[in-house]
Design a protein around this ligand. Structure first.
Ligand SMILES: Nc1ncnc2c1ncn2[C@@H]1O[C@H](COP(=O)(O)OP(=O)(O)OP(=O)(O)O)[C@@H](O)[C@H]1O
Ligand SMILES: [Mg+2]
Length: 351
């Protein structure tokens, strides 16, 4: 039996279904990301876990006990809100110690644990400041310390890094991951940022319209997306309209692919831009490779890579080259190669 289990969770609002049958099992010490587009039910799921929203159906079990109707303050969950939600009139130390005061932990013990929590988020020395005297990133860390100080059974993070600049966000990602790992805190965090999901967790649950579309390791989700939605939402992908031939094979830009297609209906082929390699047209395809030809339309320098757009008979193909690599000049005829196993085929979506 898993440490934390959500089974058939559902939440309806008057005119909409926010969460429509979410089931998920999380092991102790595991970090799971809820990833999905705006409005798919991530926050509602987290709030049901925290006891801030009552589910209409389904159960939540923690460490062997059912907690579905247990009041929030008896769940021992640390919740970091997107908006920080710090008390503006209280010092950093009192903000962090608030949950301990509520739990009637003694003063000396509170002081010690507040110190420890502030140390963890590298804010020692700022105990006496008010939230308005801190930067956004520091406030964020106060909110994290406040959640950690109660030694939560489960840590819930809702878009907790979304208001930080890219550099600080990156640093905080690693900091939180280190704290989570070293303390072995079971963590669920919500994000619509796929890099965050891919780097900060053991498993990702991709959500769509109140349901979990796929659960798996970051690698599973990225390399073996179960549905078109997941392939499209996580990572970048070329979507190439495919044709079926009489024998049930599929072709793109007139080239037959060594890939299998689902039964019936129109299909599209997905391939990640960084899996495609450009070579001179004289170079043949190797064993197990897909090879399309086209003309370089343009190259765009994007910092950590160069994006090359290749135009072929059936449309465009985006290719990611490592920066430093010199892209072929515009107008050059090229062959685009990728491993057949990097080809994903999904039913075409109704418009
Ligand atoms: N209190 C509420 N009353 C009515 N509808 C609500 C309420 N809270 C959420 N919803 C609706 O439920 C759906 C899911 O909302 P939720 O906040 O869980 O989404 P989310 O995945 O967290 O999105 P975002 O990424 O934008 O934060 C949305 O359609 C939202 O409008
Ligand atoms: Mg939300």
């Amino acid at each position: 039996m898993s440490y934390l289990t959500l089974a058939g969770l559902q939440k309806r609002y008057r005119d909409s279904v926010a969460v429509d049958d979410v089931s998920l099992s999380v092991e102790q010490g595991e970090s799971v990301a809820l990833l999905g587009p705006s409005g798919c039910g991530k926050t509602t799921t987290l709030r049901m876990l925290a006891g801030l929203v009552d589910p209409d159906a389904g159960t939540i079990r923690l460490d062997g006990a059912e907690i579905t109707r247990l009041p929030a303050h008896r769940r021992n969950m640390g919740y970091v809100f997107q908006s920080y939600a710090l008390f503006p009139h209280l010092s950093v130390a009192r903000n962090v110690g608030f949950g301990l005061e509520e739990r009637r932990v003694g003063r000396a013990e509170t002081g010690r644990r507040v110190e420890e929590a502030l140390g963890m988020v590298r804010l020692s020395g700022l105990e006496g400041r008010r939230p308005r005297e801190l930067s956004g990133g520091q406030q964020q860390r106060v909110a994290l310390a406040r959640a950690l100080v109660i030694r939560p059974s489960v840590l819930l993070l809702d878009e907790s890094l979304s208001n930080l600049d890219a550099k600080l966000r990156d640093a905080m990602r690693h900091e939180i991951r280190d704290i989570q790992r070293s303390l072995g805190i079971t963590t669920l965090f919500v994000t619509h940022d796929q890099v965050e999901a891919l780097t900060m967790c053991d498993r990702i649950a991709v959500m769509k319209r109140g349901r979990i579309e796929q659960i798996g390791t970051p690698e599973d989700i990225y390399e073996r997306p179960a549905t078109r939605f997941v392939a499209d939402f996580v990572g970048r992908a070329n979507v190439l309209p495919a044709d079926r031939d009489a024998k049930g094979g599929i072709s793109v830009w007139g080239v037959t692919l060594p890939a299998r297609a689902p039964q019936g209906g129109e299909v599209d082929v997905f391939v990640r831009p960084q899996r495609v390699r450009l070579v001179p047209v004289s170079e043949p395809a190797g064993e197990g490779m897909v090879r399309l030809t086209g003309r370089v339309e343009r190259s765009v320098f994007v910092g950590d890579h160069v994006e090359v757009i290749v135009a072929g008979t059936g449309g465009q193909l985006s290719v990611e080259m490592q920066s430093g690599a010199r892209p072929p000049a515009d107008g050059t005829e090229v062959a685009a190669l990728w491993q057949a196993r990097d080809t994903l085929v999904f039913p075409r979506e109704a418009p």
